[in-house]
Structure formats: structure tokens, C-alpha cells
Design a protein around this ligand. Sequence first.
Ligand code: GTP
Length: 361
Amino acid sequence: MWYHFRFSLDPGEENLIKAFILAGGKGAHLRPLALHIPKPIVPLANIPFLFFQIEQIKKAGITEIILGLSYQPRKITDIFGDGINYGVTMRYTYEDFPRGTAGALKAAENLIDDMTLVLNGDVLTDTDLREVIQFHQGQKADATIVTKRVMNPSGYGLVEAGPDGRVVRFVEKPPEDEVTGDTINAGIYVLERSVLDCVSREGPQSFEREVFPSMLAAGARIYSYTTRSYWQDIGSPQKYLEATFGIISGRMKLPSYPLKSCPPNRWEKRQVQIDAFSILDGGCIIKPGVVIENSVLGENCRIEEGVLIKDSVIWSGTRIRQNARIEQSIIGRQCHIGEGVRLRAGSVLGDKTSVTDYSVL
Ligand code: GTP
């Protein structure tokens, strides 16, 4: 049942590998941020998230990308279109209902070839994907799962492998007291087409919970490639903030987004303090006495006198009135934050939220 094809990633040779990005989830854990904008395109450092993945995929020499869509698909296709502006060929599959991670690939079976690079559309990484594919081919694996060692693995799927990297056990999202290891499924796979034989056409099916464990039980060759590179998912507001800090700190490089028109920001340099780490999109008005540290501001924000913004992300079109203090918080699009408001660590406000003067959250 398990068979193998080999493709070359050498420059100059025809490259038949395509990438499939799972971009159809509801992103419930990222609410309220992913309510009106699907998780795969939430702005990270003011760039639609999937663009980071597209750049990483291109680095591996892959230019044909399929997005598996289900939730708010138009918002995603409106940005990426046929992919030409991004230097890739972009195609889409639409699920009539959310088919789960494995069901989504099955729905794309007419578009994929013999081997596919599959990514969860919510992981930020600079892992060398070409190396992952070469590892997969070297092991003659049916499936290779990129894994990552993390400090706190609870809430993730654990992958246990032998010294040669061959997977021996999966433990899916164990509670804290049942965590048996620190190596998690990083949501990036190289899969042979034969994997689709294990996915039914009916109902939703998940790689993590169903397909990989049943392949393992049937004796398939599943390997783990443990990445030492930067890796962070954006599945919750806290993780989204972590990913933002990964970029601000330079651990993850900020790619240059092709379609940005940047109207100038307006402030008096000597009257504001904006550190070199912070990223401000265009069209912002920053009034005297404002301090911005380690933060990201989307376009057309208006920040009034004496405001402090620290370790936070403010999406576009938001107005923050005088002397407000925002720390370790995320504020959605077109919010109004009143005078003297205090947003303490962990505050997350959805689009168009209005916070009354002097509130403390
Ligand atoms: P939560 O609702 O917060 O659990 O997030 P999610 O819906 O994104 O689910 P999860 O984080 O488990 O999904 C991992 C990746 O698979 C994400 O990139 C999702 O967009 C994607 N995904 C999850 N379910 C589906 C689905 O049914 N169809 C498609 N096409 N993608 C999916």
C-alpha cells in the first residue's frame, strides 16, 4: 500500500512539489481577533499572516500553492488572488463544511501530485522546508511531521519518536498532568499521496487525531523532523503576541510585503519617544508626549497626548485618547480607547470596541 516517488529540489530541475496550506479553520481560540478576519490573514506586524508562510515556501523553491478554505474564504482570496503579485501560483479549494485538516487535503486530491508539503495556516517559522523535504525523501517516509521542543507542551499534540526519528506514539493535547514529553507537532508535514488512502471522503477528519495514529497502527513509516529554528503558532491572543515579539526582536525576519502603499506618519520627532523595535504602518498621527515601546501600530491610528503603549499590538484605524496606558494588550481595528483608560496585561479588544474614559480593564 505504501509507495514512494522521488522529486528533486535541485535548482534548474523541474520541481513538481506543491504546498497545501490549511486555511479553513474557525480560529475560535483567537477570538475576538479572528471574528471578522480569518486567522490565516490576521495582520502580523501589519502583514497578512499567510504572507510569512508564502515567503518561507518560496525559499524552498516551491511556487505552486493551494489554500484549503472553508471559513470566510472570500476575504482570503481577495488578498491573494491568483498569486501573481506574490510570485506564486495560488489555487483554492472550498469545503462545503469544515472537513478537518485531513479532510481538507482529501478535498484537494485532484490538485495535488505524489508528494505534498502541508502547513497549518497559523504557524510562523523560518524552518528550512527544503531540508525537511530532503529528510523525508532520505527516510523514504510515508509522512514526515515537523516537530518542535517547547517549554510548555500542554495543549499541543505530542509526538514521540525513536533515536532515528521514526515516530512511535502520538499523544493528542494531553492535560498538564499527563504530559509525557516536550516535543510537539509543529503543524508542518511532508506527505506522500498514499496518505490520502487513509482519509475518507465522508465527514471531517483530522491528521493529528485520526489519520496519523491509524497510519502508525498499520505500520506506515512516519518520521519526525525536529526543527531548531524559530517556531511559534498564532492560535491564541497570547501566542499571537509572542509571534509579534518574535518579529520585533528580530528572531524572525520581517519580509517586505509587495503591495504596501505607506502614507507618511505624522509626529514631531523631539516630542515623542518611539523605540527602534516598534513597527508603525503609514498614516498614523502621534501627538506630543506619547511613548511607544516594543509595539506594532496598524495604519491610520491616532494616538493622543501622553499615551503610553508598551508590548502591545494596535490594529488599523484605532484612536487612543489622552493619557491612556496600554500594556501587553491587543486592540482590534477601529477601536476607540477613551481618555485615561488603563488596559492591563492580557487585554484583548475586538474590532470597533469603545472603552469609556478612565476605565480599567
Ligand atoms: P481553533 O478554532 O481555535 O481550534 O482554530 P482552528 O479552527 O484554526 O483549528 P486548528 O488550530 O486545529 O487548525 C490548524 C490549521 O488547520 C489552521 O490553519 C486551520 O485554519 C486549519 N483548519 C482547521 N480545520 C480546518 C478545516 O476543516 N478545513 C480547512 N481547510 N482547514 C482547517
